[in-house]
Design a protein around this ligand. Structure first.
Ligand code: UT7
Length: 330
């Protein structure tokens, strides 16, 4: 990995210089789901806010979606693969057990330098990946990172289980982070990450290469996850604000993991974040796990909501449990 030569590595900041996303072509509405699952549009909308999700076809693997999102982020930044020396892909649905999906994306983009690896923190994966990339960039261990969240949860949900299968969708999002010594107050300001493996049974996949030798299917105690998400996850948000010496009043955009509109709004209310500062995409994307935040970031940046200088908070909780929050000055 190329090291950035600098006399004052502590002055480096990880600045977002590009975003991109990719969604499978196939849109599945709630109405379409009722043809294969005992559910209703009214139940899904009322309990989750989801109206539709994108579902990958056989050719659209996680690396394919991730590569498209990464390419869009590179184009947005005016960069090519030659400019990238770190690729991190947050995913729980890798194309294969190994090699890392990040290396498949790296190869597809023609990147032959630097390191590429996957990061597995389920729905919190993108927040963990941003924080990890930030450490590489601000210590001079990498110059520019592609940070990707890419998922095909449609492959691991149990399509016979109506309590979970209606919630998830497929997609990918990516950001390019660049190490800059002249960033001023821009860049990743801080992150707060937590995990507590005692909650495994509440959200897990019932198989894996080291246990059953199968992929397994997603299992979730929805009510328990809901309670934890609203009740506990605010600790990382409060910690991130404290680290940065900022408050919810300073925030321009709250970009949470998109699992459930009720969870998002209850969390925002608890934190004193006005509803108009929430970027909400769960209605169109469903829960895309590690992809949900970079997908939402790309939507809000391209429609003009997120502007340079804005203070953005990303926040997520998922299986493990693992949860985290990060503050980014755009
Ligand atoms: O991304 C990782 C993090 N994951 C999450 O954040 C998900 C967190 N959990 C949730 O979002 C919510 O708990 C759910 C959306 C999963 C469920 O909402 P809920 O308000 O907690 O509903 P519930 O599980 O308490 O179920 C209420 C009723 C049940 O019927 P009874 O027992 O009251 O007769 C369910 O059987 O709704 C029934 N139900 C459904 N009905 C129609 C469950 N799934 C469905 C369905 N369609 N798809």
């Amino acid at each position: 990995m190329s090291a950035l030569r600098t006399d004052s590595p502590q002055a480096l900041r990880s600045v977002v210089v590009g975003t991109g996303s990719s969604l499978p072509a196939q849109v599945v509405t709630n109405a379409a789901l009722t043809e294969r699952v005992d559910t209703s549009d009214a139940w899904i909308v009322q309990r989750t806010g989801i109206r539709q999700r994108h579902i990958a076809d056989a050719s659209e693997t996680t690396s394919v979606l991730g590569t498209r999102a990464a390419r869009a982020a590179l184009d947005d930044a005016g960069l090519t693969g030659d400019d990238i020396d770190l690729v991190i892909c947050a995913t729980s649905t890798p194309d294969h057990t190994f090699p890392a999906t990040a290396t498949q994306i790296q190869a597809a983009l023609g990147i032959h330098q630097g390191a590429a690896f996957d990061l597995q923190a389920v729905c919190a994966g993108f927040v963990f990946a941003v924080s990890t990339a930030d450490k590489f960039l601000t210590t001079g261990s990498a110059r520019r990172a592609l940070v990707i969240g890419a998922e095909t949860f449609s492959r691991i949900v149990d399509w016979e289980d109506r309590t979970t299968c209606v919630l998830f969708g497929d997609g990918a999002g990516a950001v390019v982070l660049e190490a800059r010594a002249d960033a001023g107050d821009r860049g990743v300001l801080c992150a707060s990450l937590r995990s507590d493996g005692r909650h495994r049974e509440k959200l897990y996949v019932d198989g894996g290469p080291g246990s059953t030798g199968t992929t397994g299917r997603l299992r979730m105690e929805g009510r328990e996850v809901f309670r934890f998400a609203v009740g506990q996850v605010t600790d990382v948000i409060a910690d991130a604000f404290a680290q940065a010496g900022l408050t919810a009043d300073d925030l321009d955009w709250f970009v949470p993991h998109q699992a459930n509109r009720r969870i998002i709004e209850a969390s925002a209310d608890k934190l004193g974040i006005p509803r108009e500062k929430i970027v909400l995409t769960v209605d169109r994307h469903g829960n895309t796990s590690a992809a949900s935040i970079p997908l939402a970031l790309d939507v809000a940046r391209r429609d003009g909501r997120i502007q340079p200088g804005h203070l953005v908070m990303i926040e997520a909780i998922g299986g493990g449990f693992s949860w985290g929050a990060a503050l980014i000055r755009w």
